[in-house]
Design a protein around this ligand. Structure first.
Ligand code: NDP
Length: 460
């Protein structure tokens, strides 16, 4: 047995930290995990899970409108925010409790305290006035919302952290940003009946996604009733008797009850004392790691958002599992970050796996694009103008489907399955040989016939 207090000490009990701690402890290692807030991390406490409950809550007005189209005399009643919040909070507490119980079952010691490095094997718990040592240390502290602090009046704004604790819904809200969190919350608030404006500094939402997907979503959210300001650079926020007044560079002043900053997240490394442990950061301030999640100090590792590779819960979990396999199960394993699917739970939903058209052209030169747009069957009777977009990106030389994108109801569920085929490197012919399930939206992915030229080819 080593002279250290623990074989593994994990800092941060979020998705990545908890998975690594449990898997390591199951091999008989002596493992402790420190958490300064609540067990479960961003995903469970103030991210994916409570957000998805809010998404579900916000979708009912749309369902009622659809029901009316089918002949129901359904009427939309009032939304009881307090009741929803209490139910959501109870569920989050239950889930957090399950995470803690699973740690205990695996034999992991949970320490409710902040931990910081004294040296590369020693951690201090300031609130408990003690020090601990460990042979290996895993940093899994996640990320934190970034607020543009140079913006005058930024202190009047909320972040995604506080949104979950609001005691009542604001009457009006301005969401600033154009990424995952901005679009998701803007659609949630709009669905809950809040007068919602989304202001993005660029010309199209969701930078980094396929351009055609971006165009489609940008139009669709407006059709759904969201007030959208594009190329809108906020210059300052003023607190007045009428509410918060946001001044934009294009001259507009918008008065709202609340402002939400969804302007990105940054790795949470402050106060860890990394300089005492020789742990280096990337130029963007994330913990620098190799393919095995090893930092510049060989017995210290990092997984999840704090490493800023792909900031998604399932990725953190897989990085953590690979770390545990390598360091505690004698199976050197690296997580492959290629073809990780993701979804934006906006209305309409956006989901994607693999390369965008633009990335594929850059990588392969010649590609084929298969696209379909159609009105979803379910909403036809309600006379809604919404359109689904489904798109495959195919490498011409190999016929492999290298990208799959969808905007529309159920996109996340469909893309999860399509991701298997993309990850497996199946060809368009394989997709075509798969018989359709009818009538579904997903069947369009196996019945796409006519390739169209890629966009830069058309423009050329
Ligand atoms: P993103 O990086 O996705 O988006 C940040 C947005 O804020 C961008 O549109 C950016 O504009 C804009 N922005 C940045 N700085 C400023 C500024 N100073 N003034 C105005 N606008 C600004 O970050 P998010 O916070 O939305 O999400 C963080 C990450 O969390 C995501 O990338 C994703 O990995 C993860 N996530 C995943 C979810 C999911 O899987 N469903 C849900 C939520 C989060 P520009 O594009 O011009 O840079």
């Amino acid at each position: 047995m080593s002279s250290f207090d623990y074989d593994l000490f994990v800092i941060g009990a979020g998705s990545g930290g908890v998975r690594a701690a449990r898997l390591a402890a199951q091999t008989g290692a002596r493992v402790a995990i420190a958490e300064e807030y609540r067990v479960g991390g961003t995903c469970v406490i103030r991210g994916c899970v409570p957000k998805k409950f809010m998404v579900y809550a916000s979708e009912f007005p749309e369902e009622i409108a659809l029901a009316q189209g089918y002949g129901w005399t359904a009427e939309l009643g009032a939304f009881d925010w307090a009741r929803f919040k209490a139910t959501k909070d109870a569920e989050i507490s239950r889930l957090s409790g399950i995470y803690a119980a699973n740690l205990a079952k695996a034999g992991v010691q949970l320490i409710n305290a902040r931990a910081q490095f004294v040296d590369s094997h020693t951690l201090e718990l300031p609130s408990q006035g003690r020090r601990l040592t460990a042979a290996k240390i895993l940093i899994a502290t996640g990320g934190r919302p970034v607020v543009p602090t140079a913006l005058p009046g930024h202190e009047h704004g909320l972040t995604s952290n506080e949104v979950f604790h609001l005691e009542q819904a604001p009457k009006s809200i301005l969401v600033i940003g154009g990424g995952y969190i901005a679009i998701e919350f803007a659609c949630v608030f709009k669905g809950l009946g809040v007068e919602t404006t989304l202001a993005y500094r660029g010309p199209k939402l969701l930078r980094g996604f396929d351009e055609e997907v971006r165009e489609h979503v940008t139009e669709a959210v407006v059709e759904n009733g969201l007030h959208l300001r594009l190329n809108a650079e906020p210059m300052g926020i003023e607190k007045t008797e009428a509410g918060l007044v946001c001044h934009f560079a294009h001259g507009e002043d918008l008065t709202v009850e609340a402002v939400l900053f969804a302007t990105g997240r940054a790795p949470y490394v402050e106060g860890l004392g990394l300089e005492h442990a020789g742990v280096a950061l990337t130029p963007k301030g994330a913990i620098a790691v190799d393919a095995f999640s090893r930092t510049s100090t060989p017995h210290i590792f990092a997984v999840g958002d704090v490493t800023d590779r792909i900031n998604l819960t399932p990725v953190a979990i897989r990085e953590a599992a690979a770390f545990a396999a390598t360091e505690f199960q004698h199976r050197p394993t690296r997580f492959d970050h290629l073809d990780v699917a993701s979804a934006v739970f906006s209305q309409p939903e956006v989901a994607t796996v693999g390369l965008s058209e633009e990335e594929a052209v850059e990588r392969f030169g010649e590609i084929e694009i298969f696209v379909t747009r159609f009105r979803p069957m379910k909403s036809l009777f309600a006379g809604k103008p919404d359109r689904v977009l489904m798109k495959l990106v195919v490498q011409k030389a190999t016929n492999k489907v290298v990208g799959c994108h969808m905007v529309g109801p159920g996109a996340a569920e469909i893309i999860q399955m399509a991701a298997i085929a993309v990850k497996a490197g199946l060809t368009k012919r394989d997709w075509d040989e798969t018989c359709a399930v009818h009538p579904t939206m997903a069947e369009e992915f196996v019945t796409l016939k006519d390739a169209r030229p890629w966009r830069s080819e058309t423009k050329a």
